[in-house]
Design a protein around this ligand. Structure first.
Ligand SMILES: [Zn+2]
Length: 137
């Protein structure tokens, strides 16, 4: 029986099997389980890059997984774990889905968070800002 599933993961490697049949390995982020993906729609995968995070929706069959669509460029929130495609890049290495999670990465110090965001308003300090809102790419 076919089962529709969504996988979140980091594409670690893929190899070409034949011109129209590609095999991808996506490592599931939470459990560390490896999933074999058989991509039947190459257009979905043509731009995939290694080491980015993806959300892949597909159908699980006896033979593996058939990918239907891939949501690329997302990130997991470092605070609540939510998958998001735009959010705060915090203190130069954190990912936060919204303001509340971003402030949590400042240990709850809302004033420090706002002070760092304010650096973006001045062209002279803009490049020093350790935190900003962005669409992941
Ligand atoms: Zn969050």
């Amino acid at each position: 029986m076919n089962e529709r599933i969504t996988i979140y993961g980091t594409l670690e490697s893929f190899e070409q099997i034949s011109p129209e049949d590609y095999s991808l390995v996506i490592k599931e982020y939470e459990s560390g389980k490896e999933w074999q993906i058989v991509a039947t729609r190459w257009d979905v995968f043509e731009d995939l890059q290694l080491f980015h995070h993806y959300r892949c929706t597909g159908v699980k069959t006896l033979n593996g997984l058939t990918a239907e669509e891939v949501d690329r460029w997302g990130r997991y929130c470092d605070v609540c774990g939510k998958w998001h495609t735009e959010g705060y890049y915090v203190l130069e290495d954190g990912y936060a889905c919204d303001e509340a999670c971003a402030v949590a990465l400042y240990n709850g110090d809302w004033n420090a968070f706002r002070a760092d965001l304010a650096l973006l308003d001045d062209p002279e300090t803009e490049e020093e800002a350790p935190t900003y809102w962005t669409e992941w790419e």
